[in-house]
Design a protein around this ligand. Structure first.
Ligand code: FAD
Length: 503
């Protein structure tokens, strides 16, 4: 593979117009990009996707967050067809078990807690009530959270619900491939052996497959997974390693037969050196263990996972190694990296597929039909950086804000350095109850409050707007909201019954 390039982007001048897009890799990232570009910009572009038959996809990545629904709408995807094809279930949030301390659990749901107030958020009112000795659980005021707890689900015009999906990653790729090929994407199977670059600009000119077929393009999208065949191996973009903030570096994944009706949320259970996921689909369950190899051996991890799961295993547990972090540039020269090729933050809050989606949308908005300019590349990269930094803060917070001190791993997390931006967010919340949101933050105040308080960080103060209500008014206000949530949830069918009827 050629290696004569540096990291400088295209200089002041524009490249030639972009008409031919080559997508390298046919995992979730490749097919999401192919579907979106062909459906929305396909009249102006010729799009080719190259994937290897022999190099598989990572095959995990089965839990999502709500914006995926907007993405599907944008692409005109029929929800029922998608759910049937991918054995999908509905997801209302994530339950975090043993994260604050052993035998404690809380749910980070996708719903709004309480009601919005222009001067101060709902949690200030709830905090005042707690000080006065009433108010119940914070989760009592969120429909999605309570529905998740009770295994219930429905949505429709009269029942708005903020939700996402769990789905089979391999089937999702297959489903999208059908849509992309139908929309005109040229699909080529082959192994990329060589990447050619322009000797003057360092831009990629073509990729060569093992059968000597050469595919030329104006813009290349690297979706080749962790190896980053174009963005890293060919362009030497560089990688920011974040393992000093996110110590886990390994995962084991295994599928099991279902042992009961699917629950409408992901489960994340902390253990002595990381955490375990459980993702229920219609036909099976996806399980996995994320761990830090400095504190847990592969054998120990395998035993921990196999001891904890329920149901017969459907495959051998598979180890996946990763380095948390991000590419120094998400867009370098005429190459944009998406998915694992662009970086990886562990899947604790199901953010990876979301990042593929935001990368695609950003690329489409900035699409360089008339040629790539440095300002376009910088704009893309600035947004990519701020989005990744905000997610990093949110994920690291789960490890840092905890009472766990029962293993060397958790001792390490307690004492590790964290990004200064996260220190500010934690201090602000602790001292004043205010939540700081970054520009690029995909998580709302509701997410931050549910997780910070779920992890055990209770503010020392609340916003005095909550004092504007008398104690009786506050009590009546909260009781009314709680009643509303109770009424809504009691009218819901079980998640299983809704799925059966809906599909
Ligand atoms: P891959 O799936 O690895 O695909 C790479 C593609 O490149 C393949 O088609 C391969 O054939 C092709 N390729 C590679 N080399 C060549 C070559 N030489 N020639 C031709 N083709 C080549 N995300 C979530 O949002 N939610 C989750 O719950 C979640 N869980 C995860 C759990 C784990 C343990 C891991 C590791 C990731 C998880 N993710 C999750 C992330 C998610 O799996 C990925 O973001 C998603 O699958 C995208 O992968 P990809 O398409 O970038 O790469």
């Amino acid at each position: 593979m050629s290696s004569d390039s540096d990291n400088s982007n295209t200089s002041g001048a524009k490249t030639s117009p972009v008409k031919r897009v080559v997508i390298a890799g046919g995992g979730t990232a490749g097919w999401m990009a192919a579907t979106a570009l062909s459906k929305l910009l396909g009249k102006s572009l010729s799009i080719t996707l190259v994937e290897s038959k022999d190099i598989g996809i990572v095959g995990v990545g089965e839990a999502t967050i709500p914006p995926i629904r907007t993405f599907h709408k944008l692409l005109g995807i029929d929800e029922k067809a998608f759910m049937r094809a991918t054995n999908a279930t509905f997801k209302l949030g994530i339950e975090f078990e043993n994260w604050r301390e052993q035998n404690h659990s809380y749910i980070h749901s996708f719903g709004v807690t309480g009601r919005e107030c222009w001067a101060g958020e709902f949690h200030h009112f709830w905090l005042r009530a707690k000080n006065l000795g009433f108010g119940g659980d914070f989760g009592d005021y969120c429909t999605e959270l309570k529905a998740a707890k009770e295994g219930k689900f429905a949505y429709g015009e009269r029942m708005p619900m903020n939700f996402a999906y769990h789905f089979d990653a391999v089937a999702y790729g297959r489903f999208l491939k059908g849509l992309a090929v139908e929309a005109g994407v040229t699909h080529i199977e082959g192994d990329i052996q060589h990447v050619s670059k322009c000797s003057q600009t360092g831009c990629i000119t073509s990729i060569k497959l093992s059968d000597d077929k050469e595919i030329a393009g104006d813009l290349f999208i690297d979706c080749t997974g962790f190896k980053g065949l174009l963005i890293e191996k060919a362009l030497h973009t560089g990688y920011e390693n974040w393992s000093h903030w996110l110590p886990c570096d390994s995962a084991l994944a295994v599928q099991t037969a279902s042992t009961g009706a699917p629950i409408p949320y992901t489960k994340s259970v902390a253990h002595t050196a990381g955490w375990r996921w459980k993702i229920p689909l219609q036909n099976r369950v996806g399980n996995g263990l994320v761990y830090c190899s400095n504190y847990m051996s592969d054998d120990e991890a395998k035993n921990t996972l196999l001891d904890a799961i329920e149901g017969d295993t459907l495959n051998e547990p598979r180890i996946i190694r990763f380095t948390p972090g991000k590419r120094r540039l998400g867009w370098n020269k005429n190459c944009v990296a998406l998915g694992l090729a662009s970086g990886f933050i562990e899947p604790l809050e199901s953010t990876s597929i979301h990042l593929i989606m935001t990368g695609i949308v950003r690329l489409m908005r900035l699409f360089p039909f008339d040629g790539i300019t440095q300002s376009t590349v910088d704009e893309y990269n600035n947004k990519y950086d701020s989005e990744m930094a905000a997610i990093l803060d949110f994920i690291v917070m789960h490890y840092k804000v905890t009472n766990r001190e029962d293993s060397p791993f958790w001792d390490h997390c307690k004492s590790m350095e964290i990004p200064p931006s996260l220190t500010h967010k934690i201090n602000l919340f602790k001292q004043t109850g205010r939540v700081f949101l970054d520009d690029g933050d995909i998580f709302r105040v509701d997410s931050w409050t549910q997780v910070m308080m779920g992890q055990g960080l209770l503010p020392q103060q609340y916003h005095r707007v909550a004092d504007e209500m008398s104690e009786t008014e506050l009590e009546r206000f909260l009781a009314g909201l709680k009643q509303q949530v109770d009424n809504q949830v009691s009218a819901l069918p079980s998640h299983h019954d809704f799925l059966e009827k809906y599909l």
